[in-house]
Design a protein around this ligand. Structure first.
Ligand SMILES: [Zn+2]
Length: 324
């Protein structure tokens, strides 16, 4: 029996995209932390010999100064995925034309920067719509990875926008960030979207089976702020629950998981940004090593290919509730 797999992916959100979502005008200068963050996550994966999928934002790929870092990611053998062009978590509000233009523009910029055409997509802030899925299928993408089946999305959103300088209108466009409570009841295991343009595999971001609370690395860092032992125990419990329930986890990483206190002052409002970088890097290394001890770690693409070879349940994209 082959060992069950776990896929590993990192959403390469840049500093500007977080400021933009929060309504902070400082985003327009496109501040970046790639030079600090990229060498850190690549080094840990290289040391542990683990593959990684990196979802790149098109607007970053279009900036010359970012390109050496993006090429380094591709040269390290990482899978390159599409994380939209403008990183707007209100992507689900775009028209069909806007959706297609956004995805294609990102794809072209990412290919120009890395030499690789993405075959996988993750929506900004986990936003996804039937239009997104139709576009991906028409562009012959293998998989989407935008669903985040957790019940705590609305709480995370509340936290994120606390004290944010946003108008009522801005808040409305962001009212699906991190999802709704009903998203918590979506499947945890891979399935196949059936679109007018053909099929597309969905690899959900894994949350704790049954409880549907997150256990991606940012959440472990947040728990480690209370107790490092709690964070480690919680992660072990999450992996054990996946084994018991037959869920092959898709474990999610973010750049801030590799950035410590004082390293990017504009982002102090994020949870765990008061912890020293060394402490966060140590937990990151431990989590990936632990994951690899329980599962065969693969890229998202490999995870999608393995899932695709099985008989997957089919879901209609129209079941994604449309915005009110
Ligand atoms: Zn993102």
């Amino acid at each position: 029996m082959p060992r069950p797999c776990a896929s590993l992916s990192l959403d390469l959100d840049n500093a500007w995209s977080y400021l933009k979502t929060r309504g902070d005008d400082a985003w327009t200068a496109m501040p970046s932390y790639f030079e600090t963050v990229v060498p850190r996550f690549l080094a840990i994966n290289r040391d542990l010999g683990l593959p990684l999928s990196v979802f790149i934002v098109g607007a970053d790929a279009a900036i010359e100064a970012n390109r050496p870092w993006l090429r380094e990611i591709a040269d390290a053998g990482c899978e390159i995925g599409n994380h939209s062009f403008n990183h707007e978590p209100w992507l689900h509000l775009y028209s069909a034309e806007e959706t297609a233009a956004e995805i294609i523009r990102a794809e072209e910029a990412i290919q120009a920067a890395t030499g690789v055409r993405p075959r996988g997509f993750r929506g900004p802030g986990f936003s996804v719509s039937a239009q997104v899925l139709e576009t991906l299928a028409a562009r012959r993408y293998l998989y989407d990875a935008s669903t985040f089946p957790t019940v705590i999305g609305p709480l995370a959103r509340l936290y994120y926008f606390m004290k944010a300088p946003l108008s009522r209108e801005d808040r409305k466009t962001r009212d699906r960030l991190f999802g709704r409570i009903s998203d918590g009841f979506r499947p945890l295991r891979p399935y196949r979207w059936s679109t007018h343009e053909g099929g597309l595999v969905e690899i959900p971001v894994t949350t704790m089976p049954l409880l549907r609370v997150p256990f991606h690395l940012s959440y472990l860092h947040y728990l480690a702020g209370y107790s490092p032992a709690l964070a480690r125990g919680y992660f072990r419990a999450g992996l054990a629950a996946c084994r018991l329930r037959g869920v092959e986890p898709s474990f999610l990483l973010h750049p801030l998981d590799y950035l410590g206190a004082g390293e990017f002052p504009g982002l102090d409002f994020f949870p765990a940004m008061n912890q020293p970088a060394e402490q966060k890097l140590e937990l990151a290394r431990w989590a990936l090593e632990t994951l690899a001890g329980h599962f065969e770690v693969v890229t998202m693409r490999e995870h999608a290919e393995r899932a695709s070879a099985r008989d997957l349940p089919t879901v209609q994209p129209r079941l994604l509730a449309q915005p009110a």
